[in-house]
Design a binder for this molecule. Structure first.
Ligand code: HEC
Length: 215
């Protein structure tokens, strides 16, 4: 980037003043130029701090699966395989079958039940669980992958997340014990409350602005 300022017309009589101004301008314009360094300089070892993350690290940290299940990683699992993982990694908080949840104890954040509650959403005491409330199985995979087990987030492999997701769905009577969940089958799982939500973006249009409106 070129950072120079050309004064085009400098009347002879104002030469001194113009020179002073030019010096001021040159200073003023030289500052913003230094704010736009060569982009590659951002990764230079100038400060010897950090390093550029690898593709693998970016993928692991930034993996986020939406309802369509696009970007679900390779791997698979069944509820049968997931039962063991659930018992070891989840049951202490969510209960042995998932329907119990955690009983509120002082100083501890209770874990909600993951199973049951079907048909209670319109009752005075709705029980919101994966089975009764969640609209997508793909986002269940995403949530478990990123946020569970609490305090050991990110410690499950993709296969383990598929398996434990399958276990939670099986406990809710949504899939069979030996159904294989993977990137292809998981987004096809029909959740009971799939249509219990308003559209993601209701068709709402802003009313026309009244030109006489006092702000
Ligand atoms: C140390 C306790 C603990 C462990 C272990 C744990 N969870 Fe959780 N879990 C929680 C808490 C607390 C919440 C509520 C988090 C919140 O609402 O922000 C939660 C929330 C969830 C939810 C969301 C429930 C909902 O309807 O909002 C799912 C699904 C879940 N956990 C699955 C699992 C699975 C699967 C495992 C095992 C791999 C696991 N959890 C292990 C404590 C735990």
């Amino acid at each position: 980037m070129r950072c120079s300022l050309n004064l085009l017309v400098v009347p002879e009589t104002q030469k001194l003043r113009a020179l002073a101004l030019a010096a001021l301008f040159a200073f003023a314009f030289s500052v913003p130029c230094s704010l736009f360094p060569n982009p590659s300089a951002a990764q230079s070892p100038t400060y010897n701090l950090g390093r550029t993350p690898t593709e693998e690290e970016i993928r692991a940290a930034g993996l986020s699966i939406g309802p369509d299940g696009k970007d679900l990683p390779p791997g698979s699992g069944t509820a049968k395989e997931g039962a063991k993982i659930y018992a070891q990694r989840c049951a202490a908080c969510h209960g042995p079958t998932g329907a119990e949840g955690e009983v509120s104890a002082k100083g501890r954040r209770p874990a909600p039940p993951l199973v049951g509650g079907k048909g209670t959403l319109t009752s005075p005491k709705p029980v919101r669980t994966v089975g009764s409330f969640w609209p997508y199985a793909s986002t269940l995979w995403d949530y478990i992958n990123r946020a569970m087990p609490l305090f050991a987030e990110g410690s499950l492999s993709a296969n383990e997340v598929y398996a434990v997701t399958a276990f939670v769905l099986f406990q809710n009577g949504i899939i069979q014990e030996n159904d294989v969940l993977d990137a292809k089958t998981l987004p096809k799982v029909q959740m009971p409350n799939r249509n219990g939500f308003l559209p993601l973006r209701p068709e709402w249009k802003a009313p026309p602005v009244d030109p006489n409106r006092v702000p």
